[in-house]
Design a protein around this ligand. Structure first.
Ligand code: GDP
Length: 423
């Protein structure tokens, strides 16, 4: 049984929390794209955890976690993340963590390049997290990366690195007039982390195929959301990887397997971190109130997130590109107490009403068209059954289903593991 959990919006929908909940029925949890440029926050009986690279299933001792070939891995960051979890009593060994031999490595020079490019762009910057993600994915497609499995072959690694360092140095010196990449330093860095992680390196394609054949339940966990996907997102303000469910089997190492179930995580309002068009953005006290109520500050960077009402145009598109069979609606409790709740049902683009998510300049100039739904004035965080929810709250959920052409099956009303209901 193959299930994927993906973001319907701009990321930060609460995927980590839902993976943590749903991984109780899973044998294996796989991250299949991205790097340490975003974070999941998970709160459970063992404490509060921020995960940037590790799959959220790592918090369950019986679950095996896989980091797939679609990921870009910064081993220094991974080493720190693992140490922080171990300090809180989480066991991480080659038995419960497998890292794909084909995953590309984010090197210190990629992080440096990311910073240099954002500085060069100045006012036009993309709002990169400066974790080296765009440079490493560019290099993946330019075939200039070191992959995890290369660490197991020192002679090959040393040879590959020569050419890569030469190429990166030409770029850094020529374009940015900065210091070249130091070959010895980079090799020492790779050797050091190769030693730490060598026992974790696995052909995850073989591992997952055998697990699937043995009837194991596998969960694919995405980072970010549909609107950050490199192909379908708000390009160029996207991430550099594929965040959509269809990429999950590819980025995990099992491109021949088909997903049985895709659960889209959709937030009851909108949030967006970094630059780019965000049609429903609320400014001033309205925005501050929603941001504070929702605790909308980046898990990886601490940056305040931009916030606004639910955007049905963007979310319907997100549901479609994710091919979501069902939806988990998160953070509904945050909207409690509002007199009336706006929902963006269309965009006004230069006087024209648009309901299909646009691209490029049309998206940049789009203005939100709102309808208003009566709010509910009570705390819903204790609701555990559909019938517990006030009528106004159910009306809001039903309207979101209608507008996004989706089926909401889970509703999350709090950060804790059990703060949800089946809808
Ligand atoms: P992710 O990257 O999609 O996992 O999103 P985040 O790490 O930003 O997680 C969302 C934040 O909201 C985390 O701090 C969660 O603990 C919290 N959270 C998730 N679901 C809910 C919910 O239904 N209600 C509330 N109040 N908080 C939630």
């Amino acid at each position: 049984m193959l299930t994927s959990i993906v973001g319907i919006n701009w990321g930060d929908e609460g995927k980590g929390r839902m993976v943590d909940l749903l991984s109780q029925d899973q044998d294996i949890v796989v991250r299949y794209q991205g790097g340490n440029n975003a974070g999941h926050t998970v709160v459970n009986d063992r404490g509060k955890f921020i995960l940037n690279l590790l799959p959220s299933g790592i918090l369950r001792p019986e679950v095996v976690c896989v980091m797939g070939n679609g990921m870009a891995i910064d081993l220094a960051h991974l080493d720190r993340e693992i140490s922080a979890l171990r300090e809180k009593g989480i066991r991480i060994t080659p038995d419960n963590l497998k890292i794909s031999d084909r995953a590309v490595l984010t090197l210190p020079c990629h992080v440096r390049l990311d910073c240099l490019e954002e500085a060069r762009l100045a006012g036009e910057a993309y709002g990169s997290t400066r974790r080296g993600i765009a440079p490493v994915y560019s290099d993946k497609y330019a075939k200039k990366c070191i992959r995890m499995g290369d660490l197991l072959d020192p002679a090959y690694l040393a040879h590959r690195l020569k050419g890569i360092v030469e190429f990166k140095s030409l770029m850094i010196e020529g374009v940015y007039h900065s210091d070249p990449v130091d070959y010895d330093e980079t090799l020492a860095w790779l050797t050091r982390y190769g030693e730490i992680f060598k026992d974790y390196i696995t052909d995850t394609g073989i591992y997952l195929t055998e697990a699937h054949n043995a009837g194991k339940r596998i969960l694919f966990e995405a980072q970010l959301g549909a609107l950050r996907d490199i192909d379908f997102g708000i390009y160029p303000y996207t991430s550099s990887s594929s965040t959509i469910a269809a990429y999950a089997p590819i980025g995990a190492g099992v491109p021949g397997l088909k997903l049985d179930r895709t659960i889209g995580i959709m937030k009851a309002y909108s949030s967006c971190v970094g630059e780019g068009p965000f049609t429903v953005e609320w400014f001033g006290p309205e925005g501050d109130a929603l941001r504070n109520a929702g605790g909308e500050f980046g898990a990886a960077t601490g940056r305040p997130r931009r916030v606004g009402p639910f955007d049905a145009v963007a979310s319907r598109y997100g549901v479609r590109v994710q091919g979501a069979d069902e939806i988990a609606l998160t953070k509904l409790d945050i909207l409690s107490g509002m007199e009336s709740i706006p929902i963006c049902t269309a965009y006004d683009v230069d006087g024209k009403t648009v309901t299909d998510f646009p691209m490029g300049e049309a998206l940049n100039i789009a203005k939100p068209v709102y309808e208003y739904i009566p709010g509910w004035k009570c705390d819903i965080s204790g609701c555990r059954k559909k019938e517990d929810l006030p009528k106004a709250c159910r009306d809001y959920i039903d309207r979101l289903q209608e507008l996004t052409c989706s089926r909401i099956t889970y509703v999350s009303v709090g950060a804790d593991r059990d703060a949800y209901l089946l809808y």
